[in-house]
Design a protein around this ligand. Structure first.
Ligand code: SF4
Length: 370
């Protein structure tokens, strides 16, 4: 589709052009959502932006931001005889020496599942200890929380009876929280001088607007939550550029059909029942304050790291891979010497080429091989 063909889109592009002239300096906007990058690449949105307006992809792919250390830990668990239940994308992410997929071909018990309920089902039908690799942002954390609440309630109701209640099920907790990494990036965590954020639509359906207020105010950074149609992305840019032009910084919601001011309070309650804030490293980032979730004490029985002593595994980066810089928005996949050559979706070298939400994978899909 020619995105200029719809009058509303043409109007948005014209507004962006007008505002960019009034601002009259380079502006860098980051988004933190793989789905936004799909829209931007699919509809050629960067091609219609004025030269002084740049939209860079940031750490918006949950598989990509999971650290190599966490992948290596999952591999260690599999080598120790645990059954690893994982989403398909995680299965293919290269660890330091191999991926879970390669380990499976060597005989390890790795199961690709659609989500935590399927992993629990496996645990119920086997004598083996099952570990679910729990990844994702605020969008998937409620699913993990709901399953653990259900398991614990069953455990608590059976613990004084003779029934067998010892389900050997655990999670390898790799969940992350998005707004803290945005705070980190605005506070000097990226070499880019970011002017504002297109906030993630899916995450915001859960969180609502509240978590963005503090970084918006602290760094005087405009933030607009956007949906996933090309019109949404363009409208969010219009709203951001208007704020920049007017010298104001506020949190606005372009995606009103999907995101409520208060978010999904039921999902938030589930998260708050099971998890508490945790400082964690992201791939490409140092430890981010409150960048992750820790299981609360009442749910620690499901934390595999509470069950075994995990050996100290050092974070490594695969040679030549610049996923770290890409996740910080400092480089694009096309800056990587391996992109489309030694690294492609069939033989990924780094996490950003594996997941459908990964920037390298998206650039490859839309043939951004310039
Ligand atoms: Fe890493 Fe491959 Fe992306 Fe290069 S193209 S940054 S090697 S994932």
């Amino acid at each position: 589709m020619d995105i200029n063909s719809k009058p509303i889109i043409k109007k948005a592009i014209d507004k962006i052009s007008d505002f960019s002239k009034e601002i009259d300096r380079d502006v860098k906007i980051m988004h933190v959502c793989g789905s936004h990058e799909h829209t931007i690449c699919n509809y050629g949105i960067r091609d219609v932006l004025p030269k002084n307006i740049t939209v860079v992809p940031g750490p918006g792919c949950p598989v990509c931001v999971t650290t190599q250390k966490e992948i290596d830990e999952a591999i260690y668990l599999a080598e120790e005889g645990y059954t690893i239940a994982t989403l398909g994308d995680m299965y293919r992410v290269p660890g330091s020496d191999k991926s879970l997929m390669q380990l499976q071909s060597e005989g390890a018990d790795i199961r690709v599942v659609s989500g935590i309920p399927e992993a629990v089902k496996i645990a119920k039908t086997t004598d083996k200890k099952v570990v679910f690799v729990a990844i994702g942002f605020e969008t998937t954390a409620p699913t993990t929380a709901a399953e653990l609440i259900s398991l614990k309630s069953r455990y608590d109701s059976l613990k004084n009876s003779d029934s067998d209640n010892n389900l050997d099920f655990y999670i390898h907790n790799c969940h992350r929280q998005t707004p803290p990494v945005m705070d980190f990036l605005l506070g000097g965590g990226s070499k880019l001088n970011l002017d504002g954020f297109i906030c993630p639509g899916h995450v915001s359906t859960i969180t609502g607007l509240e978590p963005y207020y503090a970084p918006c105010e602290k760094y005087h950074a405009p933030m607009v939550i956007a949906g996933f149609e090309p019109t949404d992305v363009l409208m969010s840019l219009v709203m951001l550029l208007k704020q920049i032009k007017d010298g104001v910084a506020k949190v606005e919601n372009e995606y009103i059909r999907g995101v409520r001011e208060q978010g999904n309070v039921v999902a938030q309650k589930m998260i708050n029942t099971v998890f508490k804030d945790k400082d964690v490293a992201w791939r490409g980032f140092p430890v981010i304050k409150n960048g992750g979730f820790d299981l609360k004490d009442e749910f620690k029985q499901y934390d595999i790291k509470n069950i075994i002593d995990m050996p100290e595994i050092k974070e490594k980066i695969n040679k030549g891979c610049i996923c770290s810089e890409i996740l910080r928005g400092e480089k694009l996949p096309t800056d990587c010497k391996l992109f489309g050559k030694a690294c492609d979706p069939i033989n990924p070298v780094g996490s950003c080429m594996v997941s459908d939400e990964g920037t390298c994978r998206i650039f490859y899909k839309y043939k951004k091989l310039m």
